[in-house]
Design a protein around this ligand. Structure first.
Ligand code: HEC
Length: 144
C-alpha cells in the first residue's frame, strides 16, 4: 500500500514536471504559437488545403515550412511565404547559417546552436527527410 502511494507521487511529479517543462519550452508568449500553428495547419492540409491556401506565388517547395509550423516565427520572402517576425526571414539562410551559427544548415536544423531554435527542434524534431526538404527549399530561395 505504501508503495502504491509512493508510485503515485512519482508519476504525479513526472507528469506535472513534464507538463511544466513543456509549457516553458518555447519561453514567453511564443510558447504556444508554434503548436497552435502546427495543429491548425495540419488540419488545413488535410481538409481544405486549396480553399485555405491564401497567397499567390507560394512555391510548392515552401509547403514544408507551413507543415512544420516554421511560419509562426519565420517568413521566407523569396518563396512567397509570409510568417511571424520572431525569427529572421530565411530567404538567405542557406548561405548565411554556416557563417552565423558555425555549422552547415542541415547540422543546424538537427542540433541548433541558438536557444530559441533548440527549444523548437527539441520539442518537435525534424526527420532527415524533412531536413532535406527544408534545405532544398532554402537553397531554391537563396538562388532567387
Ligand atoms: C518559436 C519561434 C520559431 C519557430 C517556430 C521556428 N523558428 Fe527558426 N528561429 C527562430 C529564431 C528566434 C531564430 C534566430 C535565432 C538566433 O539568431 O539566435 C531562428 C533561426 C532559424 C534559422 C537560422 C537563420 C539565421 O539567419 O540565423 C533557421 C535556418 C531556422 N530558424 C529554421 C527554422 C525552421 C526550418 C523552422 C520550422 C521547423 C523554424 N525555424 C521554426 C524562431 C523560430
Amino acid at each position: 500500500m505504501k508503495n502504491a502511494i509512493i508510485i503515485f507521487f512519482v508519476f504525479a511529479l513526472v507528469g506535472f514536471g513534464g507538463g511544466y517543462l513543456f509549457s516553458q519550452s518555447g519561453s514567453q508568449e511564443q510558447a504556444t504559437a508554434p503548436d497552435n500553428a502546427a495543429t491548425e495547419q495540419t488540419q488545413n492540409t488535410a481538409d481544405d488545403e486549396k480553399v485555405e491556401a491564401p497567397a499567390p506565388a507560394v512555391s510548392p517547395e515552401g509547403e514544408i515550412f507551413n507543415q512544420k509550423g516554421c511560419l509562426a516565427c519565420h517568413s521566407v520572402e523569396n518563396l512567397g511565404l509570409q510568417g511571424g517576425a520572431t525569427g529572421p526571414d530565411l530567404s538567405q539562410a542557406y548561405v548565411n547559417v554556416e557563417g552565423k551559427h558555425g555549422k552547415p544548415i542541415n547540422e543546424f536544423l538537427k542540433e541548433p546552436t541558438s536557444a530559441v531554435m533548440s527549444s523548437v527542434i527539441g520539442g518537435n524534431p525534424l526527420t532527415d527527410d524533412e531536413i532535406n526538404k527544408v534545405v532544398e527549399a532554402l537553397k531554391i530561395a537563396s538562388e532567387k
